[in-house]
Design a protein around this ligand. Sequence first.
Ligand code: HEC
Length: 132
Amino acid sequence: MLAIYFSAVAGYFLITIERNKMKISLGALAGVALIALSGQALAADELKVGKKIYDRAFGRGCGACHDIASNPQLASLIKAGELDLASFSNTLKNGKNGMPKAVAAIMAVGPVKKAGYSEDEAIAAVYKYLSK
Ligand code: HEC
């Protein structure tokens, strides 16, 4: 929203300084506002898909094993900066001891298919969900 506010203020000054170019300034202003809005919508969608992955992959979701009891506390590790996206992704793609490979299960989640995400986009979405 800040971006829209600033572009609105900038747009206002452009309009008052150059009245004869008003149409052009307004057009640019609308464009900037649209880009800012669609960026926000995409981020919100990514979080939603990430939550669906976390809740539904493998049927019972990642939380069947994680963020309870003794298995890695994904959300806490990510928030503490102790689990980066690269190793998160590596574990999902290759598995790790008791952790099964998860990419097929993630790609089978309905909203992931609907969003048309690639494997890396789906992994990034659940990572983002866990880091919020
Ligand atoms: C069947 C139980 C189970 C399910 C379901 C499961 N995990 Fe795991 N996961 C584990 C176990 C056990 C480990 C610990 C492996 C080890 O380090 O020995 C682990 C480790 C991980 C790690 C590595 C953590 C680190 O500190 O390196 C990540 C990342 C991970 N899981 C993500 C996920 C995600 C995301 C999902 C859901 C798509 C998921 N897991 C579903 C059991 C599970």
